[in-house]
Design a protein around this ligand. Structure first.
Ligand SMILES: [Zn+2]
Length: 258
């Protein structure tokens, strides 16, 4: 079921420990030369919409949280950063209001890494109040499921999934610009955002995104937007959905917090 489609009384009648909240969230931010600004929240939203079909009585899907934590991307127009304290306050409020109604289990389906500290905080709140929260970062899960499904930020992985979900939002032929990464020195290689490789080990050297990447894409070897392909995107999405359905069934059996 979907929270937005129920009346308050309808929700009250079903809200309880057996009903799990599925919370899609992401970010509104630059995604390289061809990825839409809504990439990070659209993919989790679609995953949750599909997962609901598997268990419509056991899951309640929340409206998507479209803004997240991305201060480093604000040099690219259209990026909206709300910061960790604001996102954590929003997510903790969602958890506390749902707990008041009787919900105890929360699965956050996340599309953006910068959000994780804020989601950690909301999950800690849930646990302390007798609930349990899980965070599923889809882009890292799919890489674990199949290394060929991995990718970086704003590269072919995300663009491929967006091409599968919303073909009319991605204009590869018109918008593609070849990627270029700016390392600090030949020995300080920028590998993933602030992550910098030096003699086989990684340190973080903080710079805004536009300082180390021309197009906004970074982090994926073999993840150039030139390789974005809807068939690959559909395969990644379906692989993630299959895993998510199985995980949610198992998470429903996990003991709750104190
Ligand atoms: Zn993204």
């Amino acid at each position: 079921m979907f929270l937005a489609r129920l009346t308050s009384s309808e929700f009250k009648a079903v809200a309880g420990p057996e009903l799990m909240a599925l919370i899609p969230l992401g970010s509104t931010e630059q995604h390289g030369s061809i990825g839409p600004l809504g990439t990070d929240f659209t993919i989790p939203e679609e995953l949750c919409r599909e997962a609901e079909k598997e268990n419509p009585d056991g899951l309640v899907v929340l409206p998507v949280v479209p803004y997240g934590v991305c201060p480093y991307h604000t040099g690219f127009a259209g990026t909206i950063d709300i910061g960790i304290p604001t996102l954590q306050a929003i997510l903790t409020s969602i958890v506390s209001c749902l707990m008041k109604a009787g919900i105890r289990r929360f699965a956050f389906v996340n599309g953006h890494g910068g959000n994780d500290p804020a989601i950690d905080g909301a999950c800690a709140y849930a646990y302390e109040h007798g609930g349990l929260g899980a965070i599923a970062d889809w882009w890292t899960i799919v890489r674990e499921l199949n290394p060929a499904w991995g990718g970086g930020h704003g590269g072919a992985q995300e663009a491929s999934v967006m091409m599968a979900l919303h073909p009319d939002w991605v204009h590869k032929e018109k918008n593609f610009v070849p990627e270029e990464i700016y390392s600090l020195t030949p020995e300080l290689k920028s590998t993933y955002g602030s992550a910098t490789s030096f003699r086989g080990a990684t340190v973080k050297i903080m710079r805004p995104t536009e300082a180390f990447t021309k197009t906004g894409t970074f982090g994926g070897s073999n993840d150039s937007c030139a390789l974005a392909d809807p068939a690959r995107g559909r395969e990644i999405f379906n692989g993630m959905l299959q895993w998510l359905n199985a995980f949610l069934a198992e998470f429903a059996k996990a003991p709750l917090g104190k």
